[in-house]
Design a protein around this ligand. Structure first.
Ligand code: UT7
Length: 329
């Protein structure tokens, strides 16, 4: 009998600190009206100086494990998608595995920008369906406010911090991981990049003076690509799944910009109530946005049984991806 992978628990964590559009008006030349109409964002969460990505991840994972009814010894692996790990190494996943007493399970970080959570689900699906694992934690987490240029009004208004985690099991009931699509195009990578601090431009006084350790983004170019990539990824994932647009109940898209989410919803011919939106509260939390929204949608009853949910994302790399989840009867 073929094996399936199911999401059996979800959890998320955001920091307490709230940064509103009015706060940003005091930092850069912008307005609440511009940010609201161009992005849909009203406020975002920001970590304090003492809090890093692993602190949010640990809480999100604990919640997902509790939701799944898992004890530490049940977990066979943990993978964390992030571009803002606590350190270049050791990995955030290994730090969290230690903190939560998960023992010596495999633990690693990977990066696919804002698409990382979908990349993580594809990995978990492969591990579980192949029989390599029965229970794995997948996390999407980022603290982009740590690498934000607060003088750049075209990007600093977008980002917030957060972490989302899911427990994925070979045993349901739960959200079955269905058809998927993932891709990348490195030729466009330069349009969304943290140029300094890596092996190409190691950290130096010069890289700091040039603010190269922050996000450098060509917003409108990314916008156009995102609309196309998310639409195509959804369609390819649906095709692989054998599901038609009319059978989709809910879209949970990467929360980057309300206008991008709307364009994806239009391509899927969805009604407004079939689109999960929380960007107004959190901004763009990068890899965390989909698992955070998924957790909220589970807990507030938006996702019920039976339900077919489409996930869609794009991000740095550039990368993109889509996956269909089924809560079967
Ligand atoms: O998760 C992946 C990460 N990246 C993204 O998701 C980014 C995707 N891109 C976007 O969301 C949008 O492109 C932005 C929100 C970044 C920008 O919106 P836009 O509609 O593409 O605006 P634009 O860049 O074309 O700029 C329009 C105008 C410009 O002024 P001029 O040249 O027309 O006079 C900008 O200087 O808006 C100006 N502008 C602002 N004005 C007030 C840019 N940022 C701001 C701001 N406040 N914060």
């Amino acid at each position: 009998m073929s094996r399936n992978a199911y999401i059996v628990g979800t959890g998320h964590k955001v920091p307490d600190g709230v940064l509103t559009n009015a706060d940003l008006e005091k930092i850069v030349d912008t307005t609440d009206e511009w940010i609201t109409t161009r992005t849909g964002i009203k406020e975002r969460r920001k970590t304090d100086d003492d809090t890093a990505t692993s602190d949010l991840v640990a809480v999100a994972v604990e919640k997902a494990m509790k939701d799944a009814g898992w004890k530490p010894e049940d977990v066979q692996g943990i993978i964390v998608g992030t571009v803002t790990p606590d350190y270049c190494f050791p990995s955030t996943a290994a730090l969290v595995a230690d903190r939560l007493g998960l023992g010596t399970v495999p633990a690693y970080d990977f990066e696919a920008g804002c698409t990382a959570f979908i990349y993580g689900l594809v990995q978990a699906k492969a591990f579980i369906e192949s029989g390599m694992m029965d229970r794995i934690i997948v996390v999407g987490a980022d603290c982009l406010t740590k690498i934000t240029n607060w003088n750049d009004r075209t990007s600093c208004i977008l980002f917030g911090d957060g972490a989302g985690a899911v427990a994925v099991s070979s045993e349901g009931p739960g959200g079955r991981l269905g058809g998927w699509h993932w891709g990348s195009d490195g030729s466009l990578g330069k349009h969304l990049i943290q140029p300094g601090g890596g092996a190409r431009r190691p950290a130096s006084h010069e890289t700091v003076d040039l603010i190269e350790h922050t996000i450098h983004m060509d917003g409108s170019r990314i916008f156009k690509h995102a609309v196309r990539a998310m639409r195509d990824s959804c369609m390819k994932a649906l095709e692989k799944d054998g599901t038609e647009k009319k059978d989709v109940d809910l879209l949970i898209s990467h929360q980057a910009n309300l206008r991008i989410i709307d364009a994806t919803a239009r391509a899927l011919e969805l009604k407004p109530e079939q689109v999960y939106i929380n960007i107004q509260k959190y901004g763009n939390t990068s890899a965390a946005s989909i698992p955070m929204a998924l957790d909220e949608a589970m807990r507030d009853g938006t996702i019920s049984t039976p339900n077919t949910v489409v996930l869609a994302a794009f991000g740095a790399g550039l990368t993109w991806g889509g996956m269909i989840l089924h809560w079967d009867e």
